[in-house]
Design a protein around this ligand. Structure first.
Ligand code: NAI
Length: 328
C-alpha cells in the first residue's frame, strides 16, 4: 500500500535518534516502496536540537519520507501512529538510586502508555528501546489497557545481533549461516544468550563450538556486557547498533521472521518456559504480519534453566519495585 506508515520515535534528538531517523526515512524499515511519516517526540528543551535534525532530514530529500512532525506533547505526536518506537528515557546519572531511575522512567512510560491508549491507530505496535526496556514496556503496557498486550515489546534484538556476531567470529561462519539464536530474560547483564538451540550451518552451535568454558566465561559475558565495553571504548553508549537493532526488530515484527529461523523479542509472557505470566521477558519468537508467537517445545537443560531463572528473578524484582512505586 502507498498509505504512509505513521511511525513515532521518542527521544528523537538523542544519540540513537540521530541514527534511527535517517534509516527509517531512507526505507530501511519497509523498503523503498512504502512511504513513512515520522512523528517525533522530545522534551521541550530538546525541541530546538530536534529542529536541526529535521533540517538534515529535509536535506536528504528521501523519496520515502512522506512527512515529519515534531512536538513535546505525546497526545498530539502519537495521534494515529501505527508504530511507536519508544527510545527516549531518563539515563542513570552518577549517584542515582535504582528507585529514582525507576520512578523517573516510570513517569515517562506511564504518560506515554496513556497517550498511546488514547490516540494511537487501532493497529499500533509499540517497541521499547529506552532502558530499563523490559520494565518500561511493562509500565507502558499496563497504562494502556485498551491496547492488546501482544502489541508491546522491549528490545533484545541488539543482544541477539551481538550474540550472532560473536558466534560468527568464533566459528568463522558468516552471520547468514547462524540461525535460531535466542536471548532469554532481561535486557541487562543477567540476560542469557543461548547457544544450545542456536545453529551454525544447520548444526547445533554449542556442539560446533565444543567448549563449555568459552560459552560460560567468554561468550555469555561478552554479549551481556557489550554495552559497557562500547561505553569504555567509544566514550558514549551504543547508538548506531541500537538503532539498527530497533529497525531489525520492527521490520521482522511487521514483515515476518525468516522461515526456519526465529528472533529474540521481549514480550508479555503467557507462562511459557516457566516465566511468570505478564512479565516482559525475552523469548525466541517467530513473527508474521505484525504478530508473534513464542517458539514452543525447546528442551531447557539445567545450565540454561539456571540462567533463565536468574534473569527472570531480576525482572520480578523490577516488577515488584514499580508495583511498590504505584506505577503499575
Ligand atoms: P540520549 O540521552 O542520547 O537520548 C535520549 C533522548 O530522550 C534525549 O534527547 C532526551 O531529551 C529524550 N527524552 C527524555 N525524556 C523524554 C520524554 N519524556 N519524551 C521524549 N523524549 C525524551 O540516549 P540514547 O543514547 O539515544 O539512548 C536512549 C535510550 O536507549 C537509553 O535509555 C539507553 O539506555 C537505551 N538503549 C537501549 C538499548 C537496547 O538494546 N535496548 C541499547 C542502547 C541504548
Amino acid at each position: 500500500s502507498s498509505t504512509p506508515l505513521k511511525v513515532a520515535v521518542t527521544g528523537a534528538a538523542g544519540q540513537i535518534g540521530y541514527s534511527l531517523l535517517f534509516r527509517l526515512a531512507s526505507g530501511a524499515l519497509l523498503g523503498a516502496d512504502r512511504p513513512i511519516e515520522l512523528r517525533l517526540l522530545e522534551i521541550t528543551p530538546a525541541l530546538k536540537a530536534l529542529e536541526g535534525v529535521v533540517m538534515e532530514l529535509d536535506d536528504c530529500a528521501f523519496p520515502t519520507l512522506a512527512g515529519v512532525e515534531i512536538g513535546d506533547d505525546a497526545n498530539t505526536v502519537f495521534d494515529g501512529v501505527n508504530l511507536a518506537l519508544l527510545v527516549g528515557a531518563r539515563p542513570r546519572t552518577k549517584g542515582m538510586e535504582r528507585g529514582e531511575l525507576l520512578s523517573a522512567n516510570g513517569a515517562i512510560f506511564t504518560a506515554q502508555g496513556k497517550a498511546l491508549n488514547e490516540v494511537a491507530a487501532d493497529d499500533v505496535r509499540i517497541g521499547v528501546t529506552g532502558n530499563p526496556a523490559n520494565t518500561n514496556a511493562l509500565i507502558a503496557m499496563t497504562n494502556a489497557p485498551d491496547i492488546p498486550r501482544e502489541r508491546f515489546s522491549a528490545l533484545t534484538r541488539l543482544d541477539h545481533n551481538r550474540a550472532i556476531s560473536q558466534l560468527a567470529a568464533r566459528t568463522g561462519a558468516p552471520v547468514t549461516d547462524i540461525r535460531r539464536m535466542t536471548i532469554w530474560g532481561n535486557h541487562s547483564a543477567t540476560q542469557y544468550p543461548d547457544l544450545f538451540h542456536a545453529e551454525v550451518g544447520g548444526r547445533n552451535a554449542a556442539e560446533v563450538v565444543g567448549d563449555q568454558s568459552w560459552i560460560e566465561n567468554d561468550f555469555i559475558p561478552t554479549v551481556a556486557k557489550r554495552g559497557a565495553a562500547i561505553i569504555e571504548a567509544r566514550g558514549s553508549s551504543s547508538a548506531a547498533s541500537a538503532a539498527s537493532a530497533t529497525i531489525d526488530a520492527a521490520h521482522d515484527w511487521l514483515l515476518g521472521s525468516a522461515d526456519d529461523d526465529w528472533v529474540s523479542m521481549a514480550v508479555a509472557s503467557d507462562g511459557s518456559y516457566g516465566v511468570p505470566e505478564g512479565l516482559i521477558s525475552s523469548f525466541p519468537v517467530t513473527t508474521k504480519d505484525g504478530s508473534w508467537e513464542i517458539v514452543q517445545g525447546l528442551d531447557i537443560d539445567e545450565f540454561s534453566r539456571g540462567r533463565i531463572n536468574a534473569s527472570v528473578a531480576e525482572l520480578e524484582e523490577e516488577r515488584a519495585a514499580v508495583t511498590e512505586l504505584g506505577l503499575i
